[in-house]
Write a protein that binds this ligand. Structure first.
Ligand SMILES: Cc1cc2nc3c(=O)[nH]c(=O)nc-3n(C[C@H](O)[C@H](O)[C@H](O)COP(=O)(O)OP(=O)(O)OC[C@H]3O[C@@H](n4cnc5c(N)ncnc54)[C@H](O)[C@@H]3O)c2cc1C
Length: 414
């Protein structure tokens, strides 16, 4: 029987599923083992959530070097996907900040891996989607911060070219940057949006009367009580939301708690239920910079043609690739789109989006993928053969597997 480690199940597709096999729940592997303030590092077990780590670290004056758009993921899940944040162009993926990890392999051995020790296993595990073994613990480099606040600068752009130019121009002004796109705007306004960039606030800029170590109480907002009926997210309501968001995104500077800046969706409990019973898929594409304008335009046009209104469309820039053999980011621009499940039209739409990516030298993100096929994936990831060879050496009997790994040929079918 095959097995698969699972974190908090926050990957969008089938990467944490293993139909016909077993799943190892890691949530109770959640202890913080050591904080080394002399060397700015933290050691914790693989099932520790980023939420728990941040509530431990921020009051002590530290932040994680890379965080994804939700804190409800585990360290193991974050390393297995080699997650990126709004600072990829500055800090790379989380994998760059892993000093050492311990891996439980299929033979029952616990392997210490780092860029210097068992480096092949390390490179296959960072971004390896749980297919090399269970990440039992990791030591991560951490970032000293003086306050829990972020200075946020917003700038509106009237169309895609303006938004991409804004991102290119302003990414070097801040550690973090991201742009929200109105996925429904068409014609000359296609790709209009708001660039949002941010930096940790130093103590000297802390507003008077606020405690520098406070501001940790940002909780989870009210949950969406039932699956929202389809009309709630019909093109009209999404269009109204997007128009309002665009109008509110006036140019300016403000201070924000770290939670609302880094994890805006965490404030809406069970936000995914907004898409109703039929749900949605995420499509996160990465395009080389020279193809970003054409690629984003084509993807947005295809989706808009199908009237698959995208509620959330997010654009980020990416810098140099990391070490992970299957890591997603490399230099370019990434566009993440929520696509509501439009039934039988969804797969043909995804095929067309994949074709755009393939033609322009782009790729998809495993942690978000639900629909692509093995040939497309292989064409996007030139180091796949290296990954499979490393994995076969670590797990010769093919004990670790997932639904996604079988669909995409990351592992041999049993
Ligand atoms: C709202 C939202 C925003 C997001 N934003 C971003 C973003 O900005 N950037 C980004 O990169 N990603 C982003 N993601 C994706 C998310 O960070 C990844 O899917 C992450 O892997 C989820 O972690 P998890 O603990 O829930 O893992 P799961 O979803 O449970 O598992 C994901 C993969 O990790 C493996 N895995 C889990 N635990 C272990 C372990 N201990 N050892 C070995 N393998 C393990 C699993 O086998 C599986 O293949 C976002 C997801 C959501 C829901």
């Amino acid at each position: 029987m095959t097995v698969l480690p699972r974190g908090l199940g926050r990957s969008y597709g089938d990467s944490a599923l293993n139909g016909g096999g077993a799943v190892i729940l890691t949530e109770r592997l959640g202890r913080i083992l050591d904080l080394d303030t002399d060397h700015n590092s933290v050691t914790c077990e693989g099932g520790t959530s980023l939420a728990r780590l941040l509530s431990f670290l921020v009051p002590r004056g530290f932040f994680l070097p890379v965080v994804p758009g939700t804190r409800f993921v585990t360290v193991g899940g974050a390393l297995a996907a080699d997650v990126h944040g709004k600072n990829h162009h500055v800090d790379g993926t989380i994998g760059r900040h892993v000093e050492e990890l311990t891996l439980l392999t299929s033979s029952g051995e616990v392997l210490r891996c780092s860029p210097a020790e068992n480096a092949e296993a390390f490179d296959a595990t960072i971004g390896g989607m749980g297919l090399t073994g269970v990440i039992l613990s990791a030591r991560l480099g951490i970032l000293p911060v003086e306050t829990p606040l972020v200075r946020v600068v917003k700038r509106r752009a009237r169309n895609l070219d303006e938004l991409l130019a804004c991102l290119e121009e302003e990414e070097r002004l801040s550690r973090y940057s991201v742009a929200w796109i109105d996925g429904l705007a068409r014609g000359p306004s296609l790709g209009r949006g708001v660039l949002i960039r941010g930096d940790h606030v130093p103590l000297a800029e802390m507003p008077r009367g606020q405690s520098p170590r406070g501001a940790l109480s940002e909780g989870i907002g009210p949950a969406i009580p039932v699956d929202a009926p389809p009309f709630v997210l019909g093109p009209l309501s999404i269009s109204a939301f997007n128009a309002l968001y665009y109008a509110a995104g006036r140019d300016g500077t403000s201070l924000s708690g770290f939670g609302s800046f880094f994890f805006p969706l965490d404030a809406v409990g069970a936000w995914n239920r907004l898409y109703g019973r039929r749900g949605f898929v995420q499509y996160q594409a990465l395009l080389p910079r020279e193809a970003a304008a054409e690629g984003c335009r084509r993807l947005l046009e295809e989706i808009s043609r199908e009237r698959a209104a995208s509620f959330l469309a997010v654009l980020k820039t990416t810098g140099p690739a990391g070490r992970g053999l299957l890591s997603f980011p490399r230099p370019g621009v990434t566009l993440g789109l929520d696509i509501p499940n439009i039934g039988e039209r969804l797969r043909p739409l995804a095929r067309r989006l994949d074709e755009v990516l393939l033609r322009l030298g782009g790729r998809l993100y495993l942690a978000k993928d639900a629909l692509t096929d093995a040939a497309t994936f292989a064409a996007m990831y030139p180091r796949l053969a290296e990954f499979r060879a490393a994995r076969n050496r670590l797990d010769p009997r093919g004990r670790f597997s997932s639904a996604q790994a079988r669909r995409l040929g990351l592992v041999e079918a049993p």
